[in-house]
Design a binder for this molecule. Structure first.
Ligand code: G3I
Length: 369
């Protein structure tokens, strides 16, 4: 009898040690995939010390939420501003993070001058190609060997699989995408290169993005991954349709990066979107949890995160990275999108910088899978 009790106590001790083995997301997921977060300026400049401590402890990868977008890096033609981006990269190197640059070519947050001549008319294809090449070459070369992966092109495909009618597309057609990847590859042959988008489980988008990857590969142009942004809600997308998309992208021979994950608990005026230009007027009914999530919603929200991480762990061989789009709830863009002035709870750390109970559950999940 004593022997059985002793064995039981030993098993308990071992399981407790195992449970305590990882006291952070970074440790729990270290042999699965990078787990990262977006960094805002207050974190990059170190003024938000509490978030910085969380980032250092919990995450193995970082991405610039805004400061490496072309409107901030090259606000005027030929005039670059690298102070914030330099601090971001230095933080990542100091803390041995897998550093991601976001994003080189995006129809949104591009400086106005990028597409027009001095008379405000669209520039020629040749001029736009030169501007793209100069931007990409200057930025990627500056961080050569330091930024490990780039969102080269962001959000160029619509849910139905058509190309977004952006200025890049209007002036250059589909060619702007291979050109962007080619310029990035030339500037840093060793950096991982990604195509990044949202709502990437829509069959139309899956079809065009997988074809895009195949076309790049057939041209001998480097692409290492597809970024699935994962700005999701409580009901859409289903885990099954999300998994189908992961498998479709992986089948083209690239890795999947879950690049901008957050799960909004608030009612949505539509399914899911992350198109920053989509906005909806404020309505009290759409802001039901100003004083916190009710217990049942909290539980549903936690289960939703666990369902997604069960999928990511199941597909870990196809997944390179899972990045949360921010640290604490108050920092999330979702408090003001698609409706300004709401109180959302989409991230893993609360407004008091505490890890939510779901963090411990995700750590345990990683240790059992
Ligand atoms: O920093 C200025 C501040 O000085 C000024 O007072 C304030 C006034 O509006 O604006 C501040 O800049 C804002 C910036 O976020 C930093 O907070 C910009 O207006 C605002 O447009 C910008 O929004 C970002 C948005 O992309 C557009 O760039 C969000 O933070 C960011 O989370 C969001 O992220 C995008 C990804 O890059 C691409 N995928 C979709 C995702 C969500 O839209």
């Amino acid at each position: 009898m004593k022997r059985i009790i002793l064995l039981g106590l030993m098993a308990l001790a071992v399981s407790n040690v195992a449970a305590q083995k990882s006291n952070s997301l970074k440790k729990a997921f270290q042999n699965k995939f990078y787990i990262g977060t977006a960094m805002n300026l207050e974190q990059i400049h170190g003024t938000d010390t509490k978030s910085v401590e969380i980032i250092k402890k919990q995450f193995s990868s970082i991405v610039s939420e805004n400061c490496m977008k072309s409107m901030y890096l090259q606000p005027q033609e030929g005039k670059f501003f690298f102070d914030d981006a330099d601090k971001f990269v230095e933080f990542g190197e100091k803390n041995k993070m897998f550093i991601i640059g976001h994003t080189l070519i995006w129809h949104s947050q591009a400086p106005d001058w990028f597409f027009v001549d001095k008379d405000g008319k669209n520039v020629s294809p040749g001029v736009l190609k030169q501007r793209m090449k100069n931007h990409i070459t200057t930025v990627v070369s500056r961080y050569k060997g330091r930024v490990k992966g780039w969102d080269v092109v962001n959000e160029a495909i619509m849910e139905d699989g058509s190309y977004r009618k952006s200025k890049f597309y209007e002036i250059l057609g589909e060619e702007f995408i291979p050109l962007a990847f080619k310029y990035a590859q030339e500037a840093d042959p060793n950096a991982e290169l990604y195509y990044n988008d949202y709502n990437e489980w829509h069959p139309g988008k899956v079809k065009t993005v997988t074809q895009l990857v195949k076309d790049l590969k057939s041209k001998g142009i480097r692409i290492d991954g597809v970024g699935m942004q994962a700005h999701v809600g409580m009901d859409t997308p289903s885990i099954n349709e999300y998994e189908k998309a992961i498998l479709a992208y992986a089948k083209t021979g690239v890795k999947v990066n879950i690049t901008e994950l957050e799960i909004s608990a608030l009612p949505s005026p539509w399914g899911t979107s992350a198109n920053v230009s989509d906005k909806v007027a404020y309505d009290e009914k759409m802001n039901p949890y100003k004083n916190g999530l009710p217990k049942d919603v909290q539980t549903q929200w936690e289960n939703r995160y666990q369902d997604f991480f069960k999928l990511f762990l199941k597909q870990k061989n196809n997944i390179r990275r899972v990045t949360l789009w921010g640290v604490t709830d108050n920092q999330s863009w979702k408090n003001d999108f698609p409706i300004k002035g709401r109180t959302d709870y989409p991230l893993l750390f609360d407004r008091q910088f505490n890890a939510k109970p779901v963090v411990e559950k995700l750590i345990k999940l990683a240790e059992t899978k």
